[in-house]
Design a protein around this ligand. Sequence first.
Ligand SMILES: NC(=O)c1ccc[n+]([C@@H]2O[C@H](COP(=O)([O-])OP(=O)(O)OC[C@H]3O[C@@H](n4cnc5c(N)ncnc54)[C@H](OP(=O)(O)O)[C@@H]3O)[C@@H](O)[C@H]2O)c1
Length: 190
Amino acid sequence: MIDAVNYWWEVDGVRDDLTDPRTSSSEIVQEFLPSSRVVKAFNHMGYHDLDTGARPAGAVGRRAIAVAGDARKDVAAVAAVVDALGFDPVFAVPLAEGVRMQPGTDLFGATTDAAEVRRLLEHFPASTAGKALLAARRAAQRGRARPPSSAATATAGRRARSGPRDRPVPPAHGGSSCAASPGAADRGCS
Ligand SMILES: NC(=O)c1ccc[n+]([C@@H]2O[C@H](COP(=O)([O-])OP(=O)(O)OC[C@H]3O[C@@H](n4cnc5c(N)ncnc54)[C@H](OP(=O)(O)O)[C@@H]3O)[C@@H](O)[C@H]2O)c1
């Protein structure tokens, strides 16, 4: 299942689960669809650019779409869709790394080539959005997260049913994030 959604509070309303720094929106989608294999793609580019920005493979300045997923074959399958639709896929595995392309990140809204998409993914921990996320995750890990509201409690309940979801804080550099070229999966990134 290709997840292109973005949490947009003006439309969706303020939701504690979708603002929980420990979880990307795609992980919430995956949790909601347990029998599906979710891959995040197409979310960071607006529909006008998706419509008019397609170019043949190898074209100079071909724009790129970041692809995040947990299973190598699923990421490869979605990358093939991205390529077939006229864009260069750039891997940002695992699915949790979808935070690097959510609204508020430097990549969100970018319509640029693979090198720049890769750079933006790798730069995320040093970006304003990345620093804020890392700080929030550290605070949450230290148990200094905000008091649970009803929505947060519901999220915690879902987590309790599906097992622990806490993840290590992402590295402060892009090196081990596997934000990399389409060959990343072949290098064991997924
Ligand atoms: N627009 C873009 O440029 C763009 C680009 C990339 C990603 N995205 C993301 O893609 C998603 C959809 O964007 P969009 O522009 O296609 O929005 P949209 O035109 O408003 O379409 C939203 C769709 O979701 C359905 N929907 C809303 N609430 C629902 C619910 N509770 N249960 C079931 N279906 C529901 C709506 O159904 P009804 O028609 O019946 O109301 C509608 O078909 C968003 O998360 C957006 O951030 C958008």
